[in-house]
Every structure is written in structure tokens, then in C-alpha cells.
Ligand binder design. Structure first.
Ligand SMILES: Nc1nc2c(ncn2[C@@H]2O[C@H](COP(=O)(O)OP(=O)(O)OP(=O)(O)O)[C@@H](O)[C@H]2O)c(=O)[nH]1
Ligand SMILES: [Mg+2]
Length: 454
């Protein structure tokens, strides 16, 4: 029989309440032994009472407790939850009692793992639970909820069903080649495989956006000293976070802040202006700037448009090659010495905007560009099912490869049983996304990323 597990399910620290969750066959027994209330404990009824240590009858806390009978519970097992006062001492003492009475400490993610093993959620839905908890912005949260509700699972199941149809036809034709069943023509087979390929490809195409929405994007603001980098940082944050002065070299260390732009989590990194310097502190700052530059998803390069381009500007421009970059021609109020044409000659693939950050002009356009970058220019993607998990992405990629191979050998007229091997591989790989064909190691790996008590 499975063990009863317990953990503190609320965040560590002081709070109005803190919750101990218990799951497993002993849940009710344990609760009965440590919880004293008027009347009896009924399933799904929150009851007021006291947690009392059965050994010395000391009162640990005044609580509300609920017992929920299997199977309609979070884990699919008998569950008890004790709402203690949100004191770390009360929670620790109550948990110790629960453990002494026969539960064992839950591992991170073990409640959700049990929900998966008991069929309450499929694997991709269970994975979304952690994304819901960790979401840093509205779009990330919405995507996680959609996945938890099973939108991705439904799409994957549909693709698998189509592949299964192909597999069934293949098997019938392999097993009964001479029977009077509709002969599976290679052409029809190829069409079927191609259709599945397209469906997988379509889903994969959302992965870049999905990942950015979930994990956020890193935006490094670079440029030589005094061009307005910190002004941009403050403009995007809508608060005066970084020091702005007319002294070149004001920012000497990188400043990082997270902000939600159009509901997308964005990590902004304001950097020390790049220039030749003998100052030790500034030198280190410039090293950090280079690091931020290398790790960014988007580089916002600011140029002072009122002065001719300098050597430092040229140097940064040259480094933008192959990177996603937005170039701002700032201080337009002071003149337009630098023209977009001049920049475009030196960095043909970058996007260029005029700004006057002193007055906040251009902020909205910069936010538009960030949003476009995330949605790949297709804002309609906002509402579609997205892949946002590297495990899923990897499986889709591998499945796609098998389908492509299957199509190639079908064209070449290869034997049906050879084609069947590739198609089946694709089918199984897609099954791993929802956890239908998946090893224990993968399951352990997935849940080990959860927090304790979930
Ligand atoms: N006239 C004008 N001044 C601006 C504009 N944008 C920023 N400034 C001013 O330029 C000066 C430098 O701005 P910062 O934002 O500190 O520049 P920075 O790039 O962070 O500078 P460092 O930290 O020294 O590298 C400040 O006095 C700003 O007010 C603009 O569009 N027009
Ligand atoms: Mg600065």
C-alpha cells in the first residue's frame, strides 16, 4: 500500500495562515489522532478545532482542518489539510506531529506526481502546475493555465490519433497483405504522414514564442557613456530606478530589473557605457556590459543622434551582426546628425527608431518592438496553443524527424514494415509529452523541479 505523505504547502515565513497537506491512506487516521473538535470529522467539511499532541495533551495550535475522501482530490488519494496560524513554529510543530503519527515527508512535487500517477492530470498538465506557480507575468500565467487545462494535451492527442490511423492501416496491410482490404497505396500513406508532419511543425513553430513568454526575454541596453541608457531603463520601468546625470560614466555596474511589458516578463539590464578607461571600477563594469551583451535575447543599442558616430559606436555596431538588435537614435531634440541610412549601411538587419528619452518619446514604440519580437510579428499567436517546455520541444523535434524519414522512405517505396518503425517511433515520442509512454526516470526528473508541498 502506498505511504502517506505530508508537507507544509504554503510559502515559508510569517503569514495569516499556513497549510499542512497530508495525502495517502492514513490521512484521516492521522488527523483523528492529533485534531480535537466538537462532533466528528466529515469529508469535505472544514472543521474548527485544536491540534493536540497525543503524548502530553499540549495544545499546539487552534486550526481549521478538512478531510477529503478519495478519489476526487488533488492527488486522487485521501487528503487532509490543516490550516494553522501562519507561524513557522506552529507549522513545524504540527508537521512534526503528523510525521510522528505515521506520515513521511513528501518529496518536492510528490503531491502532483501522485495526481499524475493516479490519472488526475496527464504529464504536460502536471508540468504546467509548476509554471502556474512560477509565472512572473500575465501572459506566462495564461499560457500555464491553458496548458494545465489540457489545451496542449488535446492538440497532441489529436496528432497522435491521426498517426495511429496510419499505424492501423499499415499494420493491417503488413499482416494481411493478400486479403481483400483496401490496399494502402504509397501515395495515400505519404499524404497521411505529410499531414502529421505539418501538424507537428505547426506546434513546434510556437516554441520560440512559448519559451519567451514563459521564461521572459533578456534585454541589454548598451551604448557609449551618456547616450541615455539609464533614461531608457527608467522609462520602461516607469520609475526612477537608475541614476541619470549629465556626467558620462554615471552607471558603473550593470543594473538588472524585471518588468512586465505587454504582459511578457522582461529582464532589463542597464549597463555601464562602453569606452576606453583606466578607472578600475569602470573597467569591471564594462566587462559586465560585455557579458550582458553576449547573453541578451535583444540588444537595445542607443546612439546620440545629435553627434557624429564615434569609434565606440562603430565598434558596437560591428558587434551587432547576427544578433537581434534595436537601434535608438536618441536626443533627437538636439539634432539629427546621425541618419537611419548611415546606420542601416553598417547594420543592415537592425531595427531603427528615433527617440527622445528625455521626454519619454519612443517608449511605446520600443514596447511594440519587444512584443513583436516575442510573438514573431504574429500577434494572432497570442491565443493559440503554445509549446513552452524544452522537454516537449525536444520530443516534437525528434518525432518530426521520424515522420520526415518515414515520408522519405515511403516515397522511395520502402517495405511497409520498415516505414511502420519510423511512424511508431513518432507516435511514442509524442506520447511522452502527455506521459503515456514515458520512463520512471523522466517522471522523477519532471517532478524534482517542483517546490516542496506541491
Ligand atoms: N536632450 C536630451 N537629453 C537626454 C535625452 N535622453 C537622455 N538625456 C540626458 O542625457 C544625460 C545622460 O543620460 P543617462 O540616461 O544617464 O545616460 P547613460 O547612457 O545611462 O549614461 P552612463 O550611465 O554615463 O553611461 C542625462 O542628463 C539625461 O537627462 C534626450 O532624448 N534628449
Ligand atoms: Mg547610465
Amino acid at each position: 500500500m502506498c505511504e502517506t505523505i505530508a508537507a507544509i504547502s504554503t510559502a515559508y515565513g510569517e503569514g495569516g495562515i499556513g497549510i499542512i497537506r497530508i495525502s495517502g491512506p492514513e490521512s484521516l487516521g492521522i488527523l483523528r489522532r492529533i485534531f480535537s473538535c466538537k462532533g466528528s470529522i466529515e469529508s469535505r467539511r472544514m472543521t474548527y478545532g485544536r491540534i493536540i499532541d497525543p503524548e502530553d495533551s499540549s495544545i499546539i495550535d487552534e486550526v481549521l482542518a478538512v478531510y477529503m475522501k478519495a478519489p476526487s482530490t488533488y492527488t486522487g488519494e485521501d487528503v487532509a489539510e490543516i490550516n494553522c496560524h501562519g507561524s513557522t513554529v506552529s507549522l513545524r510543530k504540527t508537521l512534526a506531529l503528523v510525521l510522528r503519527e505515521g506520515a513521511r515527508m513528501a518529496e518536492p512535487g510528490e503531491f502532483t506526481k501522485r495526481a499524475f500517477l493516479n490519472g488526475r492530470l496527464d504529464l504536460s498538465q502536471a508540468e504546467a502546475v509548476i509554471d502556474v506557480i512560477k509565472a512572473k507575468a500575465d501572459a506566462s500565467y495564461d499560457a500555464a493555465i491553458s496548458q494545465m487545462e489540457g489545451d496542449l494535451s488535446r492538440t497532441v492527442r489529436q496528432i497522435r490519433k491521426n498517426i495511429l490511423d496510419i499505424l492501423v492501416e499499415l499494420t493491417v496491410n503488413i499482416d494481411y497483405p493478400d486479403e481483400d482490404i483496401e490496399q494502402l497505396t504509397y501515395e495515400k500513406l505519404q499524404t497521411g504522414i505529410k499531414a502529421a508532419e505539418n501538424e507537428v511543425e505547426e506546434l513546434l513553430a510556437t516554441a520560440g514564442t512559448g519559451r519567451m513568454i514563459k521564461e521572459g526575454i533578456r534585454v541589454a541596453i548598451v551604448g557609449r557613456p551618456n547616450v541615455g541608457k539609464s533614461s531608457l531603463m527608467n522609462g520602461l520601468l516607469r520609475q526612477s530606478r537608475a541614476i541619470v546625470t549629465e556626467v558620462p560614466g554615471t552607471t558603473r555596474d550593470t543594473i538588472e530589473e524585471t518588468v512586465s511589458i505587454r504582459n511578457i516578463p522582461v529582464y532589463l539590464i542597464d549597463t555601464a557605457g562602453i569606452r576606453q578607461t583606466e578607472d578600475v571600477v569602470e573597467k569591471i563594469g564594462i566587462e559586465r556590459t560585455k557579458e550582458a551583451f553576449n547573453n541578451a535575447d535583444l540588444i537595445v543599442f542607443i546612439v546620440d543622434a545629435s553627434e557624429p558616430l564615434t569609434e565606440e559606436d562603430e565598434d558596437i555596431l560591428a558587434r551587432l551582426e547576427g544578433r537581434r538588435a534595436l537601434i535608438l537614435l536618441n536626443k533627437t531634440d538636439l539634432g539629427n546628425t546621425v541618419t537611419p541610412g548611415e546606420i542601416a549601411d553598417k547594420s543592415p538587419n537592425s531595427d531603427i527608431l528615433y527617440t527622445c528619452l528625455l521626454n519619454g518619446e519612443g517608449i511605446k514604440e520600443i514596447e511594440d518592438r519587444i512584443e513583436e519580437l516575442v510573438y514573431g510579428g504574429q500577434l494572432s499567436q497570442k491565443d493559440c496553443v503554445m509549446v513552452n517546455n524544452v522537454r516537449h520541444e525536444e520530443l516534437l523535434r525528434r518525432a518530426l524527424q521520424f515522420l520526415v524519414d518515414a515520408e522519405t522512405i515511403t516515397k522511395a517505396g520502402e517495405a511497409l514494415d520498415i516505414i511502420e518503425i519510423d511512424v511508431r517511433e513518432a507516435y511514442d515520442l509524442l506520447g511522452e509529452i502527455i506521459g503515456e509512454t514515458v520512463s520512471d526516470e523522466v517522471i522523477d526528473e519532471v517532478f524534482s523541479r517542483f517546490c516542496l508541498g506541491k
